[in-house]
Design a protein around this ligand. Structure first.
Ligand code: ADP
Ligand code: MG
Length: 241
């Protein structure tokens, strides 16, 4: 569902992403981990069509993002690291606003909004202005909004930053539920325990280069760390890079 080939972003002074190649299958949760400045957000912005790659290709569900950006973006649900919310809108109004952007047809929209707000435990807050929401509620609303058009691929940058444990659990469960429905999830995080709990496979990126990828067991083989937890594997890989 996701095929990145030699994806590269050169900011002139910084080679933020360096010939990154990876594939993610349908229904898989792929965790993208790396230290600050590793190139996670740059990769995700390229995948969301926010910035142009310097080189390489991004194929989503067989569609080349560069050649058919509009078609590809219809399949993608995108959650940026610093999302923008119109805080004077209510949760319901915000979903309607986003639905208009995506051309979600009005008929199905009310039903879909209600379903999502209930699923994300926001239904009671549907008619309150977003300003009154907690950080966790805002984050859930943003993920809900990204799901309005039934994307096949969810691309999410650091969804857990600043969330309390209960909200983290809720977001985790939602992503697992999506994967169970065969949605492909690509999630960046620097929270290793999250990647460990949630992801089928993990890619470790450092200074723009993919150091290793696979299941925790496979990463342990690469790092020669036995049966260590992800934290140990990650630190070993990064230290030796
Ligand atoms: N717009 C930009 N212009 C120049 N350099 C950038 C820009 N955005 C990111 N960078 C640099 O690219 C590298 C990767 O950044 P980023 O993708 O944000 O990393 P991460 O999300 O993994 O923390 C960093 O060195 C960062 O300073
Ligand atoms: Mg980032």
């Amino acid at each position: 569902m996701i095929e990145l080939t030699n994806l590269t972003k050169d900011y002139g002074t910084t080679l933020a992403v360096n010939h990154l190649s990876l594939n993610v299958a349908a229904g898989e949760i792929y965790g993208f981990i790396g230290p600050n400045g590793a190139g996670k957000t740059t990769t995700i912005r390229m995948m969301g069509g926010i910035i142009e790659p310097t080189a390489g290709s991004i194929i989503i569900a067989g569609i080349d993002l560069k050649k058919n950006p509009v078609t590809a973006k219809k399949i993608i649900g995108f959650v940026p690291d610093r999302p923008f919310l119109y805080e004077k809108l209510t949760g319901m109004e915000f979903l309607k606003f986003i639905a208009d952007l995506y051309n979600v047809e009005t008929q199905g929209l009310l039903r879909k909004s209600e379903e999502l707000l209930k699923q994300f435990a926001l239904w009671e807050w549907a008619n309150e202005i977003i300003e009154a929401y907690s950080h966790g509620m805002k984050q859930r609303l943003i993920i809900a909004a990204a799901l309005l058009h039934d994307p096949k691929v969810m691309i999410i940058d650091e969804p857990m930053v600043g969330l309390d444990p209960e909200a983290v659990r809720m977001v985790k469960d939602i992503l697992k539920e999506l994967a169970a429905q065969n949605v492909t999830v690509f999630v960046s995080t620097h929270t290793l325990s999250l990647a460990e709990d949630l992801c089928d496979r993990i890619g470790v990126i450092h200074k723009g280069t993919l150091l290793a990828q696979g299941t925790i067991a496979e990463l342990n083989l690469v790092a020669k760390t036995g049966e260590a937890r992800l934290e140990e594997v990650f630190l070993t890989l990064v230290r030796e890079a």
